[in-house]
Design a protein around this ligand. Structure first.
Ligand SMILES: [Zn+2]
Length: 268
């Protein structure tokens, strides 16, 4: 396999929506996650790229092929390594103002040196540090981008991280980063679980008020129905009752719990 050219999988989901996937388990299987999903929305005037993945291979040339000469806006749903890795390839990146700082400094990913996947040695070029993003612009709840024919709006949905955002289009799609997806859900500390529960309740309201019928999470399956939000809220609400079944994960420094729909990774 020619990894440089074949690393990203591009799926044309709709005329105006591409999914760009990468295999995060082939970067580090210890994360219990198979796919990271980035999304590219093409309006009549501008395009919006939601997240930039791990940055193991160049992303911008691929995006440029898909958008031709359109103006591109890049936004991160949050500042974790698997969503901002290729930020430095783009002149400007938007993120919630609570996570602006994290993009302005190098990010240490030296824990990847122990990954069984040898391709991560590509990160040696920058000594296992992600370069700071070039120009970072903070957004608040309610920030809107008009892409031409398609309008998107941001909502602050903290829990997975303090500045996690979700993005709603006027076409009925909801992009929500790591706030909800099937598979391994990375949650805050046990005492902070009410924060993500509040965000899930907020998203259920937003989905109802905006006629949302498709959810596009940043990991694993897409698109999924809004029942994801309800079943995750129920699952997190029941965590106390299964707490005694938890197992400590020394690599993730987390407590691992499972039910029939989700694996919960809860920070110690
Ligand atoms: Zn993630």
């Amino acid at each position: 396999m020619d990894e440089l050219n074949d690393w990203y999988e591009v799926i044309k989901q709709k005329d105006y929506l591409y999914v760009i996937r990468e295999r995060i388990d082939k970067i580090d299987p210890r994360l219990y996650t198979k796919y990271t999903n980035m999304y590219l929305i093409i309006g009549s005037k501008k395009a919006l790229l939601i997240d930039t993945g791990c940055g193991l291979f160049p992303l911008k040339p691929l995006v440029n092929q898909l958008i031709w000469n359109q103006e591109l806006i890049v936004i991160n749903t949050h500042s974790h390594f698997d969503h901002r890795g290729a930020n430095n390839e783009f002149p400007t990146v938007y993120i919630h103002e609570k996570e602006e700082k994290a993009l302005r400094i190098p990010m240490d990913v030296s824990w990847l040196k122990d990954s069984p996947e040898k391709r991560v040695k590509r990160f040696e070029i920058n000594n296992y540090k992600f370069l700071p993003s070039q120009n970072v612009v903070g957004v608040k709840e309610g920030h809107e981008f008009d892409l031409g024919m398609i309008k998107v709006k941001t909502y602050h949905t903290p829990g997975h991280s303090e500045g996690s955002i979700s993005i709603v289009t006027n076409k009925g799609e909801l992009f929500m980063g790591d706030t909800a997806h099937y598979g391994a859900m990375y949650l805050p500390k046990r005492k902070e679980l009410p924060i993500i529960l509040d965000s899930l309740k907020k998203l259920i309201m937003i989905a109802q008020n905006n006629n949302i019928h498709e959810i596009y999470p940043a990991h694993e399956q897409f698109s999924v129905g809004i029942e994801l939000l309800e079943s995750l809220a129920v699952g997190i609400s029941n965590i106390d009752s299964i707490w005694h079944k938890g197992v400590k994960d020394p690599f993730l420094l987390s407590w691992i719990l499972e039910d029939e729909h989700f694996k919960y990774v809860i920070r110690l």
